[in-house]
Design a protein around this ligand. Structure first.
Ligand code: SAH
Length: 223
């Protein structure tokens, strides 16, 4: 098999079959949205982790991506994606915490445009390379502190925050459109936070707690 084919189709632990098995596992855990499952099935997660960890890419676990950060567990990626699709396909999605780029890639196969902000430049450089390699053209990225969101082109029909703030930064709530939904892990504890789904209505914000999760902390400033 040519090297290029091996990279894209994967062999053994990184093959289409490994992805299909992951999809079966996610379905058993309660993920129902077929578009989300299809996106997971077609996105080569092993290309979003270090080569030394690629044989573990289709286990349902978070994995280290360097700089003390992690690529989220596939079940959590699926759950967060499914939640922001609850009210239909959002036109523009803002993500805070690009990390490996995996969550953004899952979204990019489903929604028209993804805007993703990451504070660690080294991670962003690698994520951009992956998007290019996979010919994903609808993810716009920015190096910066996501506390202020991405002021233009606000508002966003959905916002997904993949690091845990102690409290949700106000600019992010303001950049959500009326009728739009935010999904965010919130909490002071380093190991356990509350995953919240927040719907913006004409009157304000309606919060639903989905489950407890464990995300890396939301940090201010660039790195
Ligand atoms: N969505 C990512 C998850 C990465 S972990 C993935 O699929 O791989 C969370 C990421 O959030 C880390 O890369 C971390 O650097 C980033 N982050 C934390 N606080 C941030 C902030 N204030 N602004 C932007 N990115 C932030």
């Amino acid at each position: 098999m040519a090297l290029n084919n091996m990279l894209h189709q994967g062999v053994g632990m990184t093959s289409q079959r490994a992805r299909d098995r992951l999809v079966i596992r996610l379905r058993k855990k309660g993920i129902r949205h077929s578009t989300v499952l299809q996106s997971i099935a077609r996105t080569p997660r092993h290309l979003f982790v270090d080569e030394a960890l690629s044989h573990r890419a289709y286990e349902d676990n978070a994995l280290p991506i360097g700089n003390g950060q992690t690529i989220s567990q596939p079940y959590i990626v699926a759950l967060m994606t499914e939640t922001i699709l609850k009210d239909g396909i959002p036109g523009r999605v803002l993500e805070i915490g690009t990390g490996s780029g995996y969550q953004a890639a899952i979204l990019a196969h489903i929604v028209p445009a993804v805007f993703s902000v990451e504070r660690i430049s080294g991670l962003l450089v690698q994520a951009k390379k992956r998007f290019k390699e996979l010919k994903i053209n609808n993810i716009m990225v920015k190096h910066g502190d996501g506390t202020n969101g991405w002021p233009q082109p606000k508002p966003y029909n959905a916002i997904i925050i993949t690091a845990a703030p102690e409290a949700i930064p106000t600019p992010l709530l303001e950049q959500l459109s009326v009728g739009g939904r935010m999904i965010v892990p919130v909490g002071q504890d380093r190991s356990v936070q509350e995953l919240r789904s927040i719907l913006r209505t004409k009157k304000g914000y309606e919060t639903t707690v989905i489950e407890t999760v464990s995300f890396v902390p939301f940090r201010s400033g660039k790195a």
